[in-house]
Ligand binder design. Sequence first.
Ligand code: MD3
Ligand code: FE
Length: 202
Amino acid sequence: MGNAPVELRGFRIWKGYLDGPAQAGLVAALRPVLKAAPLFRPVTPRGQAMSVRMTSAGELGWVTDRKGYRYEALHPSGTSWPAIPDAVLAIWAGVTGLERMPDSCLINYYGADARMSLHQDKDEEDYSWPVVSVSLGDDGLFRIGNTTRGGKTDSIWLGSGDVVVMGGDARLTYHGIDRIRFGSSRLLPKGGRINLTLRVAS
Ligand code: MD3
Ligand code: FE
């Protein structure tokens, strides 16, 4: 679906990969996932509450608390994470062409004042697998840096239905979300931005 991808610092960005009905279908598929595994507000190892709320689907979910950043088989409430919806797996297959499916789908929710500072994704066992991001709802200003801290960065607005693939040399690039344009989309009834991050964690 959609146009050919744009390449930025090794990131493959598919603008409008999902059309309106596909985005709405994805939100509908996420509803039971969020009901079974409610969003929670994670705390960094240093005890700082994150502004993004999150939960996961799949065999493993990414969590952070005083004990550190890691993947866990259980939601903080003690229940297993729900399965990754087929519509989400179809996006992974479509943009990566891989037979191996992700074992983790992190669901990040950004309210009006949420952001995510520049970081690398380094908690996975094998960095040769790509990471795929799906944006839904309000626009988010995505910043891409380098494989080491510092240096020049590029920024790009990610809108609802955009899909980003990061693989190869770009897999360990610093990235983050500076801010969202709250209310820019009508996809989510209460506004905000959802980002799905698909990964092979182990
Ligand atoms: C990084 N989330 O949860 S996804 C994260 O929009 C995270 O919620 C941001 O960074 C968000 O770790 C950005 C965009 C993205 C896409 C592909 C990647 C980040 C990536 C591939 C490798 C590393
Ligand atoms: Fe990340």
